[in-house]
Structures are given as structure tokens and as C-alpha cells.
Design a protein around this ligand. Sequence first.
Ligand SMILES: [Zn+2]
Ligand SMILES: [Zn+2]
Length: 315
Amino acid sequence: MLLLILLLKVQLSIAQSAGTPSFRVVPLGVKGGLDESNLSAYMLAPANSNNYVCLDAGTLRTGIQQAVTNKVFPAHTDEVLKKYIKGYLISHAHLDHLAGLIINSTDDSTKIIYALPNCIEQIQKNYFNWQSWPNFGNTGEGFALKKYAYQSLPVDGAEISIQNTDLQVQAFPLSHGEAYQSAAFLIRNKEEYVLYLGDTGPDAVEKKQNLQNIWQKISPLVKAKKLKAIFIEVSYPDERPDKLLFGHLTPHWLMQEMETLHSFSGKGNLNNLNVIITHIKPAGKDEEKVKAQLKAQNKLKLNLIFPEQGKAFNL
Ligand SMILES: [Zn+2]
Ligand SMILES: [Zn+2]
């Protein structure tokens, strides 16, 4: 009995020395296509808070239901949707990042959609336009139902507050295939950060420096151990030729990008950094392939995390 207590104490002190968590994540959807019940959406809140922002919104209801079944929330599905999610951060207007928001808009509560200006424009023009769907926005085509207020994020990276949460956000443009813009969000809770990237191709294939600029920007946070995690996509396995990437990453290209981050952050500083792999396209055996290829190429010793729908974790 005494031994057991001692063991428990040791375990507890190990857990404490790893630092108290700053963020809680509830993945509502994790895949990069095909399965419409499990598309990119991640609830993120300061640890010990129920005030979440939802990063992309490909799948909402199925993910919340799964989380409720897993006892992640002491609440019903509708309550989580309406009360726990305080706003949405949308990386780009592709349907696999937005379908859950559109379909649930009839039963959602009033809140803010945060995105870069051209993403907001696409939502207004293509979806909430009384043709694809009624206009639940506060501006745009025809009568505005005003369920959602659009908030443009500054393109110069200035930080703004996410209403009704303790979180702040900065946005950065990403290149997601030819002339198509996606976005990354650097989210802050007090002194700690997470970086969430929407769909993106590698700089070398996109012939841009968007990722390099972000790696440069966050490297002081990596050095100071203030960056708790990076959410980044790996859509295809390495067999996919560069000319068919359509603005996405493979394990090889992710590791190339991480090498660039490493070069800015100092030797060894990516050791054990949480890298949450999002958006794997689940065709054939590709999910297993992507995971195996990432693990085989993990020279930097990143802590690779493969999130699962409805399973919460802390950062
Ligand atoms: Zn996309
Ligand atoms: Zn996507």
C-alpha cells in the first residue's frame, strides 16, 4: 500500500514537472476528405475553460456527439455547439473546412466568424447568398439573418482578441495551390501559443515564402518553449508526385519545412515539440502510409500526434 502511494506520488510529480497545460483541444473532425462525418475542425480553449474557438468547421455535430459519448463535455450536443463554441476561425473557404458550420447554421447561436478578408468574401459570395444557403451572415447578398458577424483578421499579422474567450489570434497567409490563399493562426493564451495551419503546399513547390516567414516569426517562441504545438496538414503519402499535390504536404515535405523551422530555432529545440498531423486523405491505405513515413523520417524527434475525432487532449 505504501509502495503504491509512493509510486502515485512519483507519477504525480512527473506529470507536474511536465508543466501545467495551457490549452485543451477537442478534435471534431480530423480527416482531409472523403469521409464527410470527420472533416477538419478542432475546438481549442485555455485549459480549464469552456470557452472554445473552433479552428475550421468541416464537421461539427458528429464530432461533438462523439466527444459527448466520450464524456469530454458535461453537456448535450446542442449546448456544446451553442454555448461552448464562442466563435470560428476559418482558414479557407473549401467545403471540407466549412460544411459543418453551414449545415448547422440554422441551429447555432449568434457568434463571430474570424478569417482573412478574401475568405470572408468567398463565404459571402459562394455560400451565405440565398442560393447555396440562406444568408446567415451580417453582410452580403440579400437580407442578412445576422446569426454570424464576420470579423476580418488583419493581413499584417496584428493580434486581435477572440470575443468571449481568453484567446488572442494573429493570422498569416498560406499558399494552397496556384493563386489560392489559405491561412495560419497563431493563437495565444497568456504567454503560451499554438500554431494552426490550414491547408498549405510546401514553399519549394508553391514557389512562395509563406511558410518560411511563419517559421521565422515563431522561432523565438520555439526557443523559449512557449509554443505548445503546431497543427499542420499532411494530405498525401510520399508516392504522390509534386505536380499532383494541389497545395498540400507529404511526410517528406513536412519534414523539409520542419528542417527550415529547425534552422531558425536552434539545434535540438524541436526535440519533443508537439506536431499535430491533420488532414490526411483517407484513400486506400494512405493513412497508415503517411503515419509510417512520418515516423521513419522523424530525425528531429518531433512529438508526432495523430488526433482522433471526439478524443480531447491537453497541451
Ligand atoms: Zn483546401
Ligand atoms: Zn482541406
